[in-house]
Design a protein around this ligand. Structure first.
Ligand code: NI
Length: 255
């Protein structure tokens, strides 16, 4: 069985003590690929450096809504360069986060829109982070009409209705640890809307540790708990779903 953790943050400082060890054990735990996703320019650089060091790691570069307020004036030029690196497979993570509101909303929107335009221009898939902001994000996407890049709604928290709209826009839908939590009814309902050929699995590690490992630091190897939960929700075997989600991630990231 091969697993693709489509979204993790192996560059995070919580891996500083034992990063090489965590990565060294990934393949024996079945994780044969993972995408290390940037949240600002420095972390995007770190993700690309990891992807250069390990050929089963690929990278995404982008500015997260939390960091939007600190993006330097020339961030789009810097990002364009990072996206041209052969190790970079996507632009992300980008989007809107009105739960934490760490950047002013108008700045979040501007930085998301600018990066969306860059992705479209460069024909790069986008990794979307959307929290408590699906109304505004959907409006931004809808207003672009057919000018939409490929992409994935990461750690999806949208309603089943919105999931259907995102699917119509051609996006993949990805689920992380929350789908395993006790109060996951709405996430499970959203997941049931997603046809298997548009479903991705991810850890978002070191965040969002799945049940039954809550309280521990999350790591890419734990993506098998997401796989097991999704296989149960969709009534398919873990072997079948691991292969499907692996291929979906390769298709999205053009690997
Ligand atoms: Ni993330």
């Amino acid at each position: 069985m091969r697993l693709f953790d489509s979204h993790c943050h192996l560059d995070d400082e919580r891996f500083n003590e034992d990063r090489a060890e965590v990565i060294a054990h990934l393949q024996e735990k079945g994780v044969t690929r993972c995408c290390c996703v940037g949240s600002d320019l420095p972390s995007s650089h770190r993700c690309i450096a990891l992807a250069k060091e390990y050929d089963f790691i690929c990278a995404a570069a982008g500015v997260h809504p939390h960091e939007a307020k600190d993006a330097p004036a020339d961030y789009l030029d810097q990002l364009r360069e990072l996206l041209q690196d052969p190790c970079t497979v996507a632009l992300g993570e980008i989007g809107l986060d009105y739960y934490y509101d760490l950047s002013p909303r108008d700045v979040q929107k501007r930085v998301a829109q600018e990066q969306l335009e860059l992705a479209f221009e460069m024909d790069m898939p986008v990794i979307f982070h959307i929290r408590d902001a699906h109304g505004d994000m959907y409006e931004i996407l809808r207003a672009r009409g057919k000018k939409l890049p490929a992409g994935v709604i990461h750690c999806c928290s949208a309603s089943p209705e919105l999931v259907r709209e995102y699917l119509k826009m051609g996006f993949y839908i990805s689920f992380a640890g929350p789908v395993t939590f006790k109060k996951a009814a709405s996430v499970v309902a959203a997941s049931l809307e997603v046809p298997l050929n548009r479903l991705l699995i991810e850890t978002d590690s070191p965040y969002l540790t799945p049940v039954p490992l809550r309280g521990q630091r999350n790591e890419p190897a734990f993506v098998r708990y997401i796989l097991e939960k999704q296989a149960e929700i969709h009534g398919v075997s873990t072997e079948e779903l691991s292969e499907i989600t692996y291929q979906n991630a390769c298709d999205l990231y053009n690997i």
